[in-house]
Design a protein around this ligand. Structure first.
Ligand SMILES: Nc1ncnc2c1ncn2[C@@H]1O[C@H](COP(=O)(O)OP(=O)(O)O)[C@@H](O)[C@H]1O
Ligand SMILES: O=P(O)(O)O[C@H]1O[C@H](CO)[C@@H](O[C@H]2O[C@H](CO)[C@@H](O)[C@H](O)[C@H]2O)[C@H](O)[C@H]1O
Length: 462
């Protein structure tokens, strides 16, 4: 193992690292995009586990506690029939610790503790540091254990040594590092117990022969304090552009996007067919439970975002209609957070990534079979989002893309989402409610985008 530039206190000396790091991290964590508890001050950070990954790099799982408010779900109560919320949110941190020089890029610096065993050291986000990122890949190339951490890999896929790392600086729910344009490592930030769907689903789909989803190549997990997935390495799709970028480009140039939208509908249906093969499908009983969960989500969101309140009574009717309507295709495993940013176009093909589902939902809930209409609705909402990025907004552009997407979907799935009006309305409403909460919490400047949909869905019903 390479040596660091300056001597560090070994982990044995870090009997109470939070004495050094507690106040720094309490300031730094809420500023990170992936931090889920932005609307609730962090009152305490509890160390759940600490492992020295290599000299100068500490792996931490910390629990963020918020005064008086139960944690988990980003403040949204768990819907009926799902696993109860964990007591607080757990985050994964990889911290670099060195005396001098300060790390580059400078934005990686978290601070210099004033007291405790790390007083005077520079503490930084190790994922932004190329050297630490390289060492992390080395650990994945050589499966094994470090304390409670397990590094595992698909033996069939060789990972070359020495791939140069580059951190993605996209606004993300997690943190990703690209290695030599060959692989991409997603390091989950908010950790929930169990196998992360972003490992579970692509792995199962790869076994199914589905080529629309990059297959996991290596992964990192922990065994303590509870078993959980911490990161996944997968092939990097070179020269790929995400659907959001492509849609905005088409809107700016006035190019037609319906052919791409049609193919995207086909790709979505292909992934759904593979998911229905790879995972158990459900009965319509789950649909009734879904309707109840949607109503609860609406109420929780309205509690948090006052702008929703004038619409709640009318929005509820969309969910009530779901319970009695034609349930449509069987409930099945779905993507759960499908939007234009989750699809990549490489060559002339669409690929689907990020099967984590909506980050604020508990993992157990994200695994429950649901109508595939959930994903269709997510993508339809995304065309609306894109069309609203320009002024004057382009409802006709969104309408044509939505039509083309549904037609493409129908051509592969064998059923047409446009003919499931009540289902589509309920799922679009649920998605817009989620987006209102998401934007209020993460990007208040964007709140008007889903609020416009809320108004449309409440007043015109679709
Ligand atoms: N296999 C891949 N090939 C190329 N780029 C990828 C790949 N997976 C992810 N990306 C890029 O990384 C970004 C973030 O990935 P994503 O899985 O959506 O992370 P998050 O959950 O943090 O939002 C994507 O928008 C995409 O630009
Ligand atoms: O970070 P994730 O990609 O897992 O998803 C979260 O962030 C998305 C924004 O980056 C958010 O998507 C919303 O904004 C998109 C435009 O930026 C738009 O295309 C989507 O339709 C809209 O839902 C997503 O909801 C959230 O889970």
């Amino acid at each position: 193992m390479p040596k660091t530039a300056s001597p560090l206190p070994g982990t044995a000396a870090l009997v109470d690292p939070m004495a050094s790091l507690g106040s720094l991290l309490r300031e730094w964590l809420p500023r990170q995009r992936w931090f889920a508890g932005k609307d609730r001050p962090v009152t305490d950070l509890r160390l759940l586990s600490m492992t020295e990954l290599f000299p100068g790099c500490l792996h931490l799982l910390v629990q963020a506690e918020h005064s008086g408010v139960p944690g988990g779900h980003g403040g949204v109560p768990a819907p009926a029939g799902t696993t109860a919320a964990p007591p607080a949110d757990c985050y994964q941190l990889l911290l670099g610790v060195r005396r001098e020089p300060a790390p580059r890029p400078h934005r990686a610096l978290i601070g210099r503790p004033a007291a405790g065993p790390l007083a005077g050291f520079a503490v930084y986000d190790a994922l932004c540091d190329p050297r630490s990122a390289q060492l992390l890949l080395e650990r994945l190339r050589h499966p094994g254990a470090s304390g409670p951490l397990r590094f595992e890999a698909d033996p069939a896929v060789p990972i070359p040594a020495g791939l140069a790392p580059r951190v993605l600086d996209a606004e993300q729910s997690n943190s990703s590092i690209v290695y030599g344009d060959e692989f991409i490592l997603k390091v989950f930030r908010r950790i929930q117990p169990g196998v992360n769907p972003d490992l579970e689903v692509p792995w199962a789909l790869a076994r199914q022969g589905c080529r629309r989803v990059p297959a996991p190549v290596a992964w990192l997990r922990t065994t303590r304090p509870e078993a959980a997935t911490l990161g996944v390495l997968q092939p990097f799709l070179r020269d790929a552009a995400d659907g959001w970028t492509l849609a905005l480009r088409a809107l700016a140039t006035g190019d037609d996007f319906t052919a791409q939208a049609h193919q995207l509908g086909q790709a979505t249906a292909e992934v759904h067919l593979a998911l229905a093969e790879a995972f158990p499908t459900g009965t319509h009983r789950e649909m009734a439970r879904t309707a109840a969960a949607m109503t609860e989500r609406l109420e929780a969101a309205a509690h948090n975002v006052p702008a929703l309140r004038p619409y709640t009574a009318r929005l509820r009717t969309a969910f009530a209609a779901l319970a009695g309507c034609d349930a449509g295709p069987p409930a099945q495993r779905v993507h759960g957070d499908l939007h234009l940013g989750q699809v990549l176009r490489a060559g002339r093909e669409w690929f689907v990534i990020d099967f984590e589902g909506e980050p604020s939902r508990p993992l157990a809930e994200r695994r429950i079979p649901e109508s595939p209409v959930r994903d269709v609705a997510g993508m339809l909402r995304s065309f609306d989002y894109a069309a609203r990025q320009r002024r004057p907004w382009r409802p006709e552009w969104a309408r044509r893309c939505r039509e083309a997407y549904c037609a493409g979907y129908a051509s592969r799935a064998g059923w047409d989402p446009r003919k499931k009006h009540a289902l589509l309305r309920a799922y679009e409403t649920d998605r817009a409610v989620y987006e209102v909460l998401y934007e209020a919490r993460h990007r208040p400047d964007w709140l008007a985008v889903p609020m416009a949909a809320i108004e449309r869905l409440a007043v015109r019903g679709g």
